[in-house]
Design a protein around this ligand. Structure first.
Ligand SMILES: Nc1ncnc2c1ncn2[C@@H]1O[C@H](COP(=O)(O)OP(=O)(O)OP(=O)(O)O)[C@@H](O)[C@H]1O
Ligand SMILES: [Mg+2]
Length: 346
């Protein structure tokens, strides 16, 4: 399928980000437009029409500021309320695949199947004894959430072409721009939540959202040293999780919260290794604005013995000088979801 011209939409708890990319021949791409506005409402906390109308206004501002003219858009849904797993399903006729997926999915989700939108993607096959099983990446999104995005598009006068998970967008951004290994962990550090995504050969096969994000670090610094949130934010950005900076005072304060994240990462690594086997993920790709936390990469190396690198979502994307300046001001690493979505070509 050839997707018509569209822009991408990442509605975070801190900011709304938009981007438009033109895919070119020979697997190259050009960033045409990029923009962001501060936001204070995420899509999860904004159920009512009044809140959606406010978000619609903010996203129109972001779109106008970026100079985007098309009204076609593709939006990313946050990982938190999404169920996504690699399921092993007995191989059946094409006509029966949907039923087989639903059958496997049903006992795994806490809500009736009629309340979710289900999408699936075949990853590979494996023989177990006499029977062939298909590894299927299955995503179930609550209909209340997808309906909310459709309503938002309506209020903003947009034509919503598709919804994707943030993990799919992030994985596309990483694999388009970085030559990657077979299995990788993508770490999206946001304001309210942190997403852990395992991707195999460029396809997300596991995604999990932790309800601890970088704002929790700011709160810890504020509480420990009796500071206001703005001041604590400055200290967090300056010293981070680097114990050598500022006598390690900030690092000591945020370490217990980082440990919550480390524990979840360990569980994710173990689960994936047990589930899929082989060597497991052996590199960490950091994205989300909060990934700029000083010392983060070394901290992970120390905890897991793995290399981690900061995602550059435009490493392989061209753009003119004006767009480059705009993006640099906005900070590229925070645009992984928006640019990954904007790279969608099918
Ligand atoms: N230089 C920096 N160093 C450390 N943290 C930073 C820096 N700049 C921004 N942050 C943090 O990044 C977070 C915002 O990141 P981002 O814009 O990716 O979030 P979001 O997508 O809006 O939120 P969410 O994904 O939770 O909905 C805030 O918690 C902010 O404190
Ligand atoms: Mg985000």
């Amino acid at each position: 399928m050839n997707v018509p011209e569209f822009f991408s939409l990442d509605i975070g708890n801190h900011s709304i980000k938009v981007a438009q990319v033109k895919r070119e021949k020979n697997d190259t791409a050009k960033l045409l437009h990029v923009g962001a506005v501060n936001a204070d409402l995420g899509m999860l906390e904004a159920p009512g029409d009044d809140a959606l109308a406010k978000i619609a206004e903010q996203l129109k501002q972001a779109k106008d500021a970026a100079g985007i003219r098309t009204n076609n858009c593709v939006a990313a849904v946050p990982e938190t309320p999404i169920f996504s797993r690699l399921l092993s399903i007995p191989k059946v006729d094409n006509t029966e695949v949907e039923e087989a997926v639903h059958w496997e999915l049903k006992p795994l989700i806490p809500v009736p199947l009629e309340d979710v939108d289900v999408a699936f993607m075949e990853i590979g096959e494996a023989k177990k004894g006499e029977q062939t099983f298909v590894d299927m990446y299955v995503v179930a999104a609550p209909k209340v959430l997808t309906t909310r995005y459709k309503r938002l598009a309506q209020l903003a006068g947009l034509n919503l072409l598709a919804l994707e998970t943030e993990s799919l967008a992030n994985t596309r951004a990483v694999t388009f721009n970085h030559p990657t290994e077979k299995d990788i962990l993508i770490f999206d550090f946001g304001a309210f939540s942190t997403d852990l995504i395992i991707a195999r050969d460029g396809v997300p096969v596991f995604a999990q959202s932790i309800s601890t994000g970088s704002d929790a670090l700011t709160k810890a610094v504020a509480a420990d040293y009796g500071l206001g949130m703005q001041e604590a934010e400055k200290y967090k950005r300056a010293y981070g999780i680097d114990f050598k900076l500022g006598d390690g005072k900030v690092a000591k304060s945020i370490e217990p919260i980082m440990q919550i994240i480390i524990n979840e990462m360990s569980r994710t690594f173990t689960y994936f290794k047990e589930r899929v086997g082989e060597t497991g993920a052996n590199k960490i790709y950091l994205c989300g604005e909060a990934a700029k936390l000083p010392g983060l990469s070394d901290y992970f190396t120390q905890k897991f013995g793995l290399t981690s690198i900061l995602v550059d979502p435009v490493a392989r994307i061209t753009m003119d000088d004006t767009t480059r300046k705009e993006l640099e001001q906005l900070s590229p690493v925070g645009f992984s979801v928006a640019i990954g979505l904007a790279l969608k070509d099918a």
